[in-house]
Write a protein that binds this ligand. Sequence first.
Ligand SMILES: Cc1cc2nc3c(=O)[nH]c(=O)nc-3n(C[C@H](O)[C@H](O)[C@H](O)COP(=O)(O)OP(=O)(O)OC[C@H]3O[C@@H](n4cnc5c(N)ncnc54)[C@H](O)[C@@H]3O)c2cc1C
Length: 373
Amino acid sequence: MSKADVIIIGGGVIGCAAAYYLQKNGVQVLVLEKDEIGAGSSSRNGGGVRQSARNIRELPLAMYAVRNMWPVLGEELGVDIEYCQQGNLRLGKTVEHERILQQLVAQGQATGLDMVMLTAAQVREICPHIAEEVTTASFCPTDGHANPLISTLAFYKKAREMGTEFITGEQVQALTLRRGKIAGVLTARGKYEASTVIVAAALNSRAIINSIGVDIPLQSSLIECLVTDAQPPMFPYMIGTAPANFYGHQTSHGSFVFGGSSGLEPYGPNVEQPISQPLTPPAICRAVLGYFPILGRARVVRTWSGFLDKTPDLLPVISKVTDISGLILACGFSGHGFGIAPIVGKLLSELVEEKTLTLPLDAFSFGRFKPFM
Ligand SMILES: Cc1cc2nc3c(=O)[nH]c(=O)nc-3n(C[C@H](O)[C@H](O)[C@H](O)COP(=O)(O)OP(=O)(O)OC[C@H]3O[C@@H](n4cnc5c(N)ncnc54)[C@H](O)[C@@H]3O)c2cc1C
């Protein structure tokens, strides 16, 4: 197929979710992916489906996805996506930590999120394996986690079953215009036509839209995850800490997945490959053991890194480009795009089909960066 109603550039969770919601409505979609489906951040992330501690402007998206989409997503897509909605427990040890957590709880409650503070005794009751020094925590019972690669592939599989074509190993080099409107894309192997193109290529979105003189300020930074061998069941929560020095969860088969950074990872446009850094896994392990000394004998079986596509305000761009008819951007998720992917996919389909939006997208407009450019 060299023609489609809509071309999506990028087969990550955002591109695959958008393909699914569009194709479900009968829109013919072609997804072009330079590597394999899910090869970017979508297979590398920590799986957090979190509303708590989100930017207040992004919170409505997360709350909508958690209330209306994640609990039924596996059934809808016909795949067990390992969604576990048992809450997010954010731990603290000091007075300063307690102040940070209280602020997060107050901010969450003010926007209608079910968050509470827990005393040391209450934390121990629901999570007995924590270090003695833990004195406080916040808890958001409706947060959770899911398997990121399986969720991405579930969107892919369902969209494909409904008729979306996915071409992998196909790197988009440029967008094409006809009389100022989007006409399609160019790859090394040829050209594809569509009057609407969604650019969901994470960091590479910038180079792709630069091909027609459009720009957004996206910067890369590297973060990592690690996975341990299987341990006896300890807790079902997504875990975080007040100083945000690590986060993680125990998977259904017993392994723990933890994520974080040392702060010394290489940064910026010269970093081309997401390669695991020597200092990062030890930094994550030290942070974890400070809260869960019981994991001292767990073995790390694999580590990996991934890029964040950061915008200056750490909010995504989910937006039409008003000057160029047919161009839609979906990038800059700044490290928290997995949890909101289902609603972002649905909103992208509504943007394409010019339907009433389920939620406003003003906070994520392309135009907000004009002062930076
Ligand atoms: C280590 C790590 C941990 C994270 N933890 C969490 C978490 O717990 N919770 C959460 O919500 N989020 C988390 N995130 C963020 C989350 O993974 C991303 O926000 C989300 O996956 C973004 O999806 P995407 O589809 O935009 O990007 P990607 O998954 O990166 O997909 C973009 C795709 O575009 C393709 N592409 C690029 N250039 C081209 C081109 N020229 N032509 C064709 N295809 C192209 C890439 O190959 C890639 O497959 C984490 C990220 C990392 C790296």
